[in-house]
Design a protein around this ligand. Sequence first.
Ligand code: TYM
Length: 336
Amino acid sequence: MTDTQKREIVCSGIRPTGNLHLGNYFGALRNFVRMQEEHDCYFFIADYHSLTTHPTPGSIYGDASKIMAAYLAAGLDPDKATIYLQSDLPETIELYLFFNMNAYLGELERVTSFKDKVRQNPNNVNAGLLTYPTLMAADILIHKATRVPVGKDQEQHLEMTRTFAGRFNNMYHAEVFPLPQAIGSATGLVKIPALNGAGKMGKSEGEASTIFLTDEPSVVRKKIMKAKSDSGPTQMNQQKPEEIENLFQLLRVVSTEETVEYFDDLYNRCQIRYGDLKKQLAEDMVAFVEPIRQRIIEYQADDARLRRVMDQGKEKAHESARRTLDEVRHVIGYRN
Ligand code: TYM
């Protein structure tokens, strides 16, 4: 590391709402693995946040341990990064309470993810859903993190984290919290598209449009061969419609540059056959996903090891959280 590359505090998490998919990987997890080499990293599994949408009772630990297996399979190393369960760090909840005291109904109601959830599930508009951004701010600021590797869909939540941090500092006339930044790839925050030609990859676009890191090769191939395309370009160098641009975007993340150029050139000359592109994409995707899938299976079979990683992470996360909370309580004026 050079002198100009200061070690930063990095923090991020993923909700245990099912198996991880390519969006989670390229939007977030890949950067977690990269950043653990150079920074002080805290990566957790957001198993409090998952309660906002009421997962099946009783399965939270099982769901969280699946994500832990995927974290390790992707290359996170408990000796380099602090890896823990959000629910093992209840200090977060005290900070959440302090942020809630200065978060306003109007600003929380305007959050896009809240409005989406209300639309999708009008019978479950709970207070946890409304205060999702204050809990997220507490997750990040409990470690005073300055960098948060996330996908594009989390941009607004990060903006709110900065608002809550700044408001707290102003309110108590103390520079307690930094204003953290969202981190993506070199070209900005990432959005991996769904295979159905619309929206982002993830639960809301359905299983058939999402490639999970746990999908077997035959499933990956089937999903890609069924991905939406069109009847082909009719003019040289014409702009790609969304569903075709999406296929190219997937090609860009798993295939070589030469492969991308090869199909791009065929497209521009109106000679592309989507069947060929999809076959190549499917093979490159399988080559990418399969080793991770195998390692997920191995880690999942070793619950004792997963629990050891969680215990180690819990202790390290606790030390950092305690320091912040002592300072916060002091600044607010509580007895320490
Ligand atoms: P979650 O669990 O929905 O997603 C986890 C991460 O995956 C990214 N992601 C994507 N990136 C690119 N393209 C996609 N199609 C795609 N789908 C998902 C998300 O941007 C995210 O980075 N609120 C968070 C969890 C959380 C958190 C935090 C994150 C709780 N506390 C503190 C950072 C810091 C969430 O629901 O992510």
